[in-house]
Design a protein around this ligand. Structure first.
Ligand code: RBF
Length: 361
């Protein structure tokens, strides 16, 4: 027998023994933590429930992730009792996206967590790959979509509404800066990276919202290439401003800081996404199109703990359901945006909220 065949046989046997160990370990009462992975409806009041929050990136600079962890923690704190404690472990996965799947595989393999919670559109594919290897693991994924896997629940936001509201305020403010000449307006969008939700939903809806104000409006779209480089964000923003875009929607995580700084220095404006950003740089940030991810994370974690989270389904929520909005009630918005512009934006918001303008995806 040559060496290659021997080696091959060895690996075959090794794989078989390893698979058997994993299989046996998956029975309750055997091996690795031996906890009831169903996590739900077990009726055992002595069970400790453990939740892992996997941050695909880092929390700092990405409010969408800060909201995720905050919501899960709040639900856990409310449901935790001495007899049935609920613990939450937050794990930052870092910016190397190639490592996320192996990090999540390790979490699932540890069999320590009844639920893994995460957020962004790339997570459903990663979770379903992990699910093939560790089918007992449950996932709650926000800001992403996948239906049909009985261990995965997803909830995403109507980002067409969110980006449309952002584009509308951007064009209004840019138009006013151009002495009411509301034609040929140019606005900017800086993204951390390109992904289907960005290219197919957010960017087109941002453009459409702006074109409601000025049908000839164009969008200067630039990509940082990561979610942390504030220097690159500033460089891109400065270049866009020189090119005529005096207002920029920034969706770039930690790089947002650079966009805001460059806009401030050039006397340009910024529209914020996901959270209320007026306080980030009062007078420079003139719009905030938000998602209430903290509320979603809180409510869905509660459903999980109560045993009613509908795994296998994918839900979509927007303005009508109270998860997407544009913040008007903020003193910085009122101080930095003129009354006529606020009224015009308010009229659009009223139409979306009442359903008169339907921006369903
Ligand atoms: N948004 C952030 O604010 N910070 C991030 O680190 C971040 N990383 C992302 C990584 C991937 C692979 C994808 C597809 C999206 C990421 N987003 C991030 C964007 C986020 O999912 C969402 O689209 C925006 O926050 C707008 O709501």
């Amino acid at each position: 027998m040559n060496q290659v065949v021997q080696k091959h046989r060895f690996f075959q046997r090794f794989t078989l023994v390893f698979s058997l160990l994993v299989w046996v370990g998956s029975f309750p009462g055997f091996g690795l933590g031996s906890k009831d992975q169903s996590g739900q409806g077990s009726g055992d009041p002595g069970l400790h429930r453990a939740i892992a929050v996997f941050i695909p990136g880092v929390m700092s600079g990405s409010p969408i992730y800060e909201m995720l962890a905050a919501g899960v923690k709040q639900a856990a704190a409310e449901q935790s009792t001495a007899e049935r404690p609920v613990t939450v472990t937050v794990i930052e996965g870092g910016f190397n996206q190639a490592e996320w799947e192996s990090r999540i595989t390790a979490l699932a393999a540890s069999a320590r967590y009844d639920l893994i919670v995460s957020s962004n559109p790339s997570l459903p594919a990663i979770a379903s790959a992990v699910s093939v290897k560790f089918p007992q693991q449950h996932f709650l994924l926000l800001d992403g979509e996948l239906a049909g896997n009985p261990r995965i629940y997803t909830l995403r936001y109507n980002q067409r509404e969110q980006a449309y509201m952002a584009g509308h305020i951007a064009a209004l403010v840019a138009g006013e800066a151009d002495q009411e000449v509301r034609t040929g307006i140019r606005i900017g969008l800086v993204a951390g990276q390109e992904y289907p939700a960005m290219n197919e939903v957010i960017l087109p809806a941002y453009r459409a919202g702006a074109q409601r104000v000025d049908p000839s409006c164009t969008v200067d779209f630039r990509v940082v290439g990561n979610w942390f480089d504030a220097g690159k964000g500033a460089e891109l923003a400065a270049d866009m401003i020189r090119g005529g875009a005096k207002i920029i929607l920034s969706i770039a995580g930690g790089a947002n800081e650079g966009v805001v700084q460059a806009a401030f220095e050039a006397g340009a404006k910024v529209v914020w996404f996901d959270t209320n950003g007026y306080g980030v740089r009062p007078g420079t940030v003139v719009g905030s199109a938000v998602v209430y991810q903290d509320k979603a994370a809180y409510e869905q974690t509660l459903r999980f703990l109560e045993g009613t989270l509908p795994f296998g389904s994918a839900e979509l929520v927007g303005v009508a359901e109270g998860y997407v909005d544009f913040i008007e009630a903020d003193p910085h918005y009122q101080a930095s945006v003129s009354a006529p512009i606020r009224e015009q934006q308010g009229r659009l918001l009223a139409q979306i909220r009442s359903g008169a303008l339907d921006l369903q995806e």
